[in-house]
Design a binder for this molecule. Structure first.
Ligand code: 13P
Length: 252
């Protein structure tokens, strides 16, 4: 059985005080139960302090992005080994905001994915279509293109230590959640793409859903056979909202 992963992407939010309060609240409220884990991804400046606060708890820590380079003259960038060095276990790569606002190509995302793994981090690879692409019937083609860049660069074996997040762009921050059936359809497709390359790996990979997930809709999404957790933006910014999703995960 795949574990459920409930991951909070805090994006560019909070302050030292607010983010410490947030992680402390989450650590204090981890629901009883098994078969799920929690992850928070704060902005870079707060990572070390959040790692320290979460130490010894069931809450893991990841970053929201990473350089594809190992070290050197890349002003403003953060190397994968640096994230590992300060206690991060995961890193999000290819979030649609990075792709759309900062021009990250699927090839650059694949390079980040590989670099993260080399440093011992677990990449969370985000894929997903825009509303226009969905309306054009291009959802699978778009997702396949994003996945293929990583299959080509890193190989199917690399998914032994990776998570995929399906985040339909039209559902991010809009309050428009994909229905459990809509999400399941794409998750199943993603797993079939993995299975075409390696059936065992396909069975192991956690595929998270992201896009306006919250306490009220989490149970329905998590009940789907190929939805193995969530990557949560807005509802990860208040401990109680995030813990409501964690509680749904604890009951699956
Ligand atoms: P929302 O949960 O705010 O829609 O954001 C989803 C997301 O982008 C997580 O990475």
């Amino acid at each position: 059985m795949r574990e459920i992963l409930v991951a909070g992407n805090w994006k560019m939010n909070g302050s030292n005080a607010a983010n410490m309060e947030l992680v402390a609240g989450i650590v204090a409220g981890v629901p009883e139960g098994e078969g799920f884990s929690l992850l928070v991804c704060p902005p870079y400046p707060y990572l070390s302090a959040v790692v320290a606060e979460a130490e010894g708890s069931a809450v893991k820590v990841g970053a929201q992005s990473v350089s594809e380079h190992e070290s050197g003259a890349y002003t403003g960038e953060v190397a994968p080994a640096m994230l590992k060095d300060i206690g991060c276990e995961y890193v999000i790569v290819g979030h649609s905001e990075r792709r759309a606002l900062y021009g990250e190509s699927s090839f650059q995302v694949a390079a980040k994915f590989q670099a993260a793994q080399v440093a011992g981090l677990t990449p969370i690879l985000c894929v997903g279509e825009t509303l226009e692409e969905r309306e054009d019937g291009a959802t699978e083609r778009v997702v396949d293109f994003q996945l293929n860049a990583v299959f080509d660069a890193a190989g199917i074996g690399s998914f032994e230590n990776a998570v995929i997040a399906y985040e339909p762009v039209w559902a991010i921050g809009t309050g428009m959640t994909a229905t459990p059936e809509q999400a399941q359809e794409v998750h199943k497709h993603i797993r079939s793409q993995l299975a075409a390359r390696d059936a065992n790996i396909a069975e192991q990979v956690q595929i998270l859903y992201g896009g306006s997930m919250k306490g009220e809709n989490a149970a329905g999404l998590l009940a789907m056979p190929d939805i193995d957790g969530g990557l949560i933006g807005g509802a990860s910014l208040k401990a109680n909202d995030f813990l409501a999703i964690a509680a749904a995960a604890a009951q699956v």
